[in-house]
Design a protein around this ligand. Structure first.
Ligand code: ADP
Length: 626
């Protein structure tokens, strides 16, 4: 029988595993138990609709054999046939899209192992030979999968009584760094089961030495007895009061492969029209793939103690997709197919209730534990913003008060409510400015004026921000207003009059600059929003310059352009110098173009024609130096 090679990526991961001596190797035990438990779940699910399947006595059993150096775990779950053995154990399931780097440090290795939950492969950390014997439910033939020293594997026919899977690890010899013998020690394995897998709903059995009285006075004997090591009560079925945070943390880490403790644990029961218990977690950090399509959102669903489905995204709204956890409800009708579940009225009721709970939790956190909420928002604020934007703002009201932005008020997050509470009496709109970073925004020419007036400006640094407010429209009756778009209307009557006068006086002059820049900007205006800067670029009330940037990044078909307007500071030295030049009938084209280029740079756009720019600048330098 020819030996098959592992897929390249798997092979590399396996090498990592085999050499991961500084990582916590203990957790291969919980990985294998968790797989066995899943296999039992799957069989229980099939048995619901198939009377031929005997599901009367589900179990997991672990035995250790010091003499032969084997650790064996078996289950009578769903089992695997030949194709499944190859597909499941020959490639890496969870990490499909991850590109493994070549030279990983120890730390990175353990990160990967932790984050990706490499499951079955973790056995290679402790074993130099692995045998899997499995028989799938309702199939006749059993198969044996065997791999040694991670150099490949083979699958052949085998004998096996009953359904399920038996995995035999040949434990490595001790090295200087690691005492692998521990994994042959029954006591030690029992302690790991208690620690990591106590909540598993199926009995995890081991042969345990027990000393008992022989019946004769004072005489005892030691016998081997099969004992269930775990307490089998799922953590979410316990009273919340009786569960310690460490137990939740442990459960979370084991199930969601996150080294960080959950930021928030939500464990509750609801009795009523739809009764259920839920154990939900809000992670502290977004998983590495959270903002990609690889991320699987949704909650685990159990009913009557039977696992129904993983990643049930119909149980929680997409804008809360960062929530992990499970829901156990006896009110879900069981023998309907997983597809029909989606339509189920009960599922909708569950979702509504869960969404509400999460929202309340976040609101309370925002109110009572600001620091924690900010940590949360750093990780998942973007998701809430997308949520507020999605479906044309259908969820606006749910989310709007959970949003936060940095602002010119102080170097901290502010909610919209807080912003509004600080608004000046004469301030009518909520001001915002977009840019790559807070630094860039706060040095925008347009900021000066608002600062002077004492108006607070929200800093929009995420691409989605401006799109989002264009959908949100307003808050508490106040419109959102970009400081780089259109006319801000900040001047007093007097200032307006003065401006009109200046515009009138400079009509021809402005016309000539406009003529020079006619292919580049829609209009050239005198500005009332500038103080120390000579020029700035703004857009009209349509598409903004920042939206233009974002759309360009998304690169979808026809480039969309914002209408550019060049604004000139009438009080700046440059303006006066230009007037003089115009009066002296000088050619203004170099000046006008350079002003436009400056405005582009300040607004964060590249200069359209660097060669042209350099030529013009040189012309002027030559004139000046001469
Ligand atoms: P994961 O459990 O994350 O999917 P694993 O590498 O641990 O990744 O396992 C890969 C697949 O192998 C599982 O999804 C499952 O289909 C199958 N498998 C593993 N262990 C068992 C088992 N004891 N019984 C049946 N199938 C199993």
């Amino acid at each position: 029988m020819a030996k098959k090679q592992f897929k390249t990526e798997s092979k590399r991961l396996l090498d990592l595993m085999a050499n991961a001596i500084y990582t916590n190797t203990d957790f291969f035990v919980r990985e294998l138990i968790s797989n066995a438990s899943d296999a039992l779940d799957k069989k229980a699910y099939l048995a619901l609709t198939d009377a031929e399947i005997d599901n009367s006595n589900p179990f997991i059993k672990i035995t250790v054999d010091k003499k032969n150096r084997t650790f064996t775990i078996s289950d009578n779950g769903i089992g695997m046939n030949k194709e499944e053995l190859e597909a499941n154990l020959g490639t890496i399931a969870r990490s499909g899209s991850f590109e493994f780097k070549n030279n990983l440090s120890e730390e990175e290795t353990s990160d990967i192992i932790g984050q990706f939950g490499v499951g079955f492969y973790s056995s290679f950390m402790v074993a130099d030979e692995i045998t899997v014997i499995s028989k799938k439910v309702k199939e006749e033939q059993a198969y044996r999968w065997y791999s040694r020293n991670v150099d490949g594997y083979e699958v052949k026919e085998a004998e096996k009584d009953g359904d399920g899977t038996e995995i035999i690890l040949h434990i490595k010899a001790n090295t200087k760094e690691k005492k692998y013998d521990d994994y042959l020690d029954s006591q030690f394995i029992q302690s790991l089961i208690k620690k990591y897998s106590d909540y598993i709903r199926y009995p995890i059995k081991m042969d345990v030495e027990v000393t008992r009285s022989t019946g004769e006075e004072g005489k005892t004997e030691t016998v081997i007895e099969e004992k269930t090591i775990n307490s089998m009560v799922p953590i979410w079925k316990k009273e919340a009061k009786s569960v310690k945070q460490e137990e939740y943390d442990e459960f979370y880490e084991n199930n969601y492969y996150d080294y960080n403790k959950p930021l928030k644990t939500i464990h509750y029961k609801v009795e009523g029209n739809t009764s259920y218990s839920a154990l939900l977690f809000i992670p502290e950090k977004a998983p590495y793939n959270f903002y990609t399509t690889d991320y699987k959102a949704g909650l685990k669903l159990y009913s009557h103690g039977v696992f129904i489905k993983d990643e049930a995204s119909e149980l929680i709204s997409d804008y809360f997709r960062f929530v992990r956890g499970l829901v156990d409800s006896d009110d879900i009708s069981l023998n309907i197919s997983r597809e029909i579940l989606q339509q189920d009225y009960q599922m909708k009721a569950l979702k509504k209730s869960i969404d509400k709970k999460v929202k309340n939790t976040l609101e309370k956190m925002l109110e009572k534990d600001r620091e924690k909420y900010e940590t949360f928002f750093d990780s998942f604020g973007l998701q809430l913003k997308y949520g507020a934007y999605q479906d044309y703002g259908a969820n606006r009201d749910v989310l709007i008060d959970l949003l936060m932005f940095k602002s010119s008020f102080e170097d901290k997050y502010t909610t919209l409510k807080e912003y509004v509470s600080r608004m000046k009496e004469d301030q009518k709109e909520i001001y915002y400015a977009c840019g790559e970073s807070i630094e860039k925004i706060s040095s925008l020419p347009q900021m000066e004026m608002l600062r002077d007036k004492g108006y607070e400006v929200l800093y929009f640094t995420d691409n989605v921000d401006e799109f989002m407010v264009s959908i949100l429209m307003n808050y508490d009756g106040k419109d959102f207003r970009s400081i780089t778009k259109g006319d801000l209307g900040l001047e007093s009557e007097e200032e307006k009059k003065e401006m009109e006068k200046t515009v009138e006086e400079n009509k021809d002059f402005l016309e000539s600059i406009k003529e020079i820049l006619k292919d580049k900007v829609q209009d050239v205006r005198l500005s009332s929003r500038l103080k120390s800067y000579p020029v700035c670029l703004v857009s009209d009330d349509g598409l903004s310059l920042d939206m233009e940037k974002v759309l360009a990044e998304m690169n979808q078909g026809m480039p969309m352009k914002a209408n550019r307007i060049l604004e000139i500071n009438k009080d700046h030295e440059l303006f006066k110098a230009l007037q003089n030049a115009w009066n002296a009938h000088e050619d203004l084209s170099d000046y006008a173009n350079l002003m436009y280029d400056q405005a582009l740079l300040i607004a964060g756009f590249p200069i359209e024609d660097p060669t042209e720019y350099s030529k013009r600048l040189s012309n002027i330098m030559v004139k000046a130096i001469r």
